[in-house]
Ligand binder design. Structure first.
Ligand code: BEZ
Ligand code: FE
Length: 301
């Protein structure tokens, strides 16, 4: 039988070896004053070394990884964050999001923010059309913002942004779409309600002309996200929720490139054929509709 590996703390002056690499390197961080930083860095060293040993990483593979990360950093600018995109396709963003926003089945679940919330949404009146001249299936979005006990939150901010019916965001087509197209910042009324008029978005590919695209291609993964509308909902004294509503029936709901789909966020967008209701809500007939009851948690002290 193999001897158990020696996991005792490294002694002062102990030299680096394959068998004891974790203990020797961890010991070099033993005097880190911040206990949280010490815990994080020592765990990182342990997992990194175990990974290198697990795959028996070659020198050439290590060099490829360094070149890949260098190029990923080179692609980052004020308007592009290739490292976050890499974290997204590795599922790391969703894991951090999920660990830090555990839902009890009552609170609205969160998902990734994504890179297209890069411009401020224009403040708009309740009921406004956010889609300008964009063509697509007209859609009435209606919702409420409440606390976990169902108490309405008047004056809550509801920031929305979405792709168009071809799957493009305004910032991706500056020559075709105004910068505030398919975006809006709404304030809930006295009953905590919000509503606005838009079009149903389409699924779309995440940016794949950089290192993330190279990874997806090399691993035979597609770059697509299912159709969704982004929401960032905030209210004084409450925890801000960054989330999406996903369009039921959209392609890629079961294979989102960034793992953002949660069952509780998928909604049917049924078609309403009712001329009176259309006229009352300023919609053409027929129109699609969706409802979103957002439930916020109290902010911790
Ligand atoms: C988005 O939904 O806008 C998005 C999220 C993560 C990566 C790329 C795009
Ligand atoms: Fe999106």
């Amino acid at each position: 039988m193999d001897d158990e590996p020696d996991r005792t703390a490294a002694k002062a002056g102990e030299l680096f070896s394959e068998a004891r690499s974790v203990e020797v390197v961890a010991a070099s961080f033993a005097s880190t004053p911040d206990p949280r930083l010490r815990r994080v860095i020592v765990s990182l060293v342990r997992h990194l070394h175990e990974f290198i040993k697990d795959v028996q990483l070659t020198r050439a593979e290590w060099e490829t990884a360094i070149r890949y990360l260098t190029e990923t950093g080179r692609l980052c600018t004020d308007t592009r964050q290739e490292f976050i995109l890499l974290s997204d396709v590795l599922g790391a963003s969703m894991l951090v999001e999920t660990i830090n926003n555990r839902s009890d089945g009552v609170l609205t679940e969160t998902t990734v923010e994504g890179p297209f919330h890069m411009v401020d949404s224009p403040p708009r009146e309740l009921g406004a059309r956010i889609c300008g001249a964009a063509e697509g299936d007209p859609c009435l979005v209606e919702g409420t913002v409440t606390d976990a006990h169902g108490r309405p939150l008047p004056g809550a901010s509801v920031d929305v942004w979405q792709a168009d019916a071809d799957g493009s965001y305004d910032v991706q087509q500056p020559d075709l779409a105004a910068e505030d197209n398919l975006r809006g910042l709404f304030t809930t009324d006295e009953q905590g309600r919000f509503w606005f008029r838009t079009i149903v978005p389409r699924y779309y590919p995440i940016p794949s002309d950089g290192t993330v695209g190279t990874l997806l291609q090399a691993t035979s993964r597609h770059p697509n996200r299912p159709a969704h509308i982004h929401f960032e909902v905030s209210a004084p004294g409450m925890r801000t929720v960054t989330t999406h509503l996903f369009v039921d029936g959209s392609p890629y709901l079961d294979s989102d490139a960034v793992f953002g789909v949660k069952e509780s966020l998928v909604r049917e967008f049924p078609t309403i054929d009712d001329p009176a209701r259309a006229a009352e809500s300023g919609m053409p007939n027929p129109f699609r509709t969706v409802e979103f009851a957002v439930v916020l948690d109290r902010a911790s002290a």
